[in-house]
Every structure is written in C-alpha cells, then in structure tokens.
Design a protein around this ligand. Structure first.
Ligand code: PLP
Length: 301
C-alpha cells in the first residue's frame, strides 16, 4: 500500500533480485500496471545499483538479510546512491527486526516490516509496520486512512505484547540459528549454508557492522535436487512445514515451490533459488530437537 503512496506513473524503482517472492510478484504484476518501471539488480553489486539509476528513479528497495539467501546489503552505500539520485531508500527489515538492525541509522528513509513475523513472534496475528520520518509518515497516513488497511485494536494489543519479549526472543533465535548453521555446515549431505553469522559468508563483516546479531533464518542446499530437499522437509516431526517465519516454533519451507514458487524460472535462477534449497526459520525449541528433526531427513539422502 505504501508503495502506491510513494510512487506514481513514470517513476522508476530499483529492487534487489533476492526478495520475498510476493514482493517480486507485486512489483512485476501490479505496480508496473500503474506505469512504474522496475529494474532488478544483485543485492551486493553496488556498481549494478549505481548503473541502474535513471533520471526518473524514485526508490531503491532491498531486504537485508535477504529472503531466502541471507545476502547482506551495504546500507550506507545504498543510501548514498539513493541520495545522489534523489530517491527514497526503503529497507525491509523483517529478518532482523529493530532489535538486531536499525536501517534508519544507516541512511534508510523508510523501513518496512511484516509484523506477522518476529514482531508478533507466535503466529497469532497478521499485520505490518512502516517506519520513517514524521514528514514521510504524515504523507502515508492520509493514504492509509483512505485506503483502509487498519489493524483491529485487539491485534494491535497482541503485537504490543509481542514487542515486550522481542529482544530476548531475537537473541535466542540468533543463538539457536548460529548453532544450527554450524552443525549444517559440517553435515556431509549439506551443500552450502547461507547464514551471515558464518565467518566465510561474503557478508559476514558487513552484517557484523550493521547488525547486533545474525538473526534466526538459515538456508541451505542438500545433496541432490527437489526430491531430496522434499524428503528432508517431509521427514520433520517437530519443525512445522509452513511458509511463515519468525515464530517461536521452528518452521521449514522449500522456497522454489512455495514462497518463491510464483516467480518465473529465470527470476528464481537469478535470485539463486535452486530446487535443492531449504529455508529454516529457527525457533526457540531445544536446538538438539531441531538438529535431530533435520538429521532424520538428511540421513535418508
Ligand atoms: C522479508 C519479507 N518481507 C515481507 C514479507 C511479507 O509478509 P506479509 O505477507 O506478512 O506481509 C515476508 C513474508 O515471508 C518476508 O519474508
């Protein structure tokens, strides 16, 4: 909704390739219908962002860490490019929440969240949050009042209860995810592990600078293809098979056929989402239970 308020026909938006599937579907299928042009660039390729800037560029949009590949954006550098272009810099901060990362401090103009994820943290309510300067938010409020995406008072209260435990939940999610990422990294049936907390992750140093911890989402590839990936998903008993993330319960998803299933093969390939990729949003259970749940499927490969 906020996109409709910030952009108009004739504007140009630059978006990172690796973003939540529905973000891409919304940009490709809907925003473009209103005469907004969209260019996708690799999140970490600053030259590509710079080169994509056009005289009518009005917005740069990214997620960091990205969903599902956990790439890390250089927020200060992207903010500089957007300022030079006279464009708004918008960051989806779902994976980190304000506890782990404060993009406004690194130069973002607007930060967006699906509150349905960590902000609630227990899969109870659907909601979202848009954060920015009073001046920008005043512009949005008028549009939102007219368009109507209002939260019910009860849901707002539930979200506020979620915020009370957000700090300790994010710390615990991060600790469990780091342990799982290291364990997966050493597993013979696992190919690559995507988690910025791992020292060999290309965005590790940047994440250390921008974030206070690495968050709860770990993606990894398994030996084989779609069939092998699904055998791991289907073998889980503790972990819930669902596209949601940010819950106290660990959730697992096959991005290529679910969260990013509506993308064209080419777009999926561009984003690095292969058929053997699995995304785990690590919850707050005992980490031994999560490892054992994944081990059962990995042992079948
Ligand atoms: C990074 C990111 N942003 C936005 C969304 C959209 O969430 P919602 O459908 O709750 O608005 C998701 C959902 O998975 C996500 O992972």
């Amino acid at each position: 909704m906020w996109l409709w308020r910030c952009l108009q026909s004739g504007d140009h938006l630059i978006c990172s390739q690796d973003v939540f599937g529905s973000t891409r579907v919304m940009l490709n299928n809907y925003i473009t219908k209103f005469g907004v042009e969209v260019t996708y660039v690799p999140l970490t390729d600053l030259d590509a962002w710079q080169q994509a800037v056009q005289p009518n560029t009005k917005m740069l949009f990214c997620e960091t860490p990205s969903n599902p590949m956990s790439e890390i954006a250089d927020l200060e550098a992207l903010s500089a490019i957007s300022k030079q272009a006279g464009a708004l810099f918008v960051v989806d901060n779902c994976f980190c929440t304000p506890i782990l990362q404060k993009p406004l401090r690194w130069g973002a103009d607007i930060v967006v969240h699906s509150a349905t994820k960590y902000l609630d943290g227990q899969g109870r309510c659907l909601g979202g949050a848009v954060v920015g300067s009073n001046e920008l938010m005043d512009k949005l409020v008028g549009f939102l009042r007219a368009a109507g995406p209002s939260m019910s008072p009860f849901n707002a209260w539930v979200f506020l209860k979620g915020l009370e435990t957000l700090r300790i939940r994010m710390q615990a999610h991060s600790a469990n995810a780091a342990e799982l990422a290291n364990w997966l990294n050493a597993h013979p049936k696992v190919g690559k592990v995507f988690y910025a907390g791992l020292e060999d992750h290309p965005g590790h140093q940047l994440a250390k600078k921008q974030q206070t911890d690495f968050g709860g989402v770990v993606s990894f590839t398994v030996e084989g293809g779609r069939e092998q990936a699904w055998s791991v998903l289907d073998s889980t008993k503790v972990i819930s098979l669902t596209a949601n993330l940010g819950d106290t319960k660990t959730t697992i998803v096959h991005p290529a056929t679910t969260t990013h299933g509506r993308l064209s093969d080419e777009d999926r390939q561009q984003a690095g989402i292969t058929d053997n990729l699995i995304r785990v949003a690590v919850g707050l259970e005992d980490i031994i239970d999560i490892k054992n749940d994944l081990k059962r499927g990995l042992d079948l490969i």
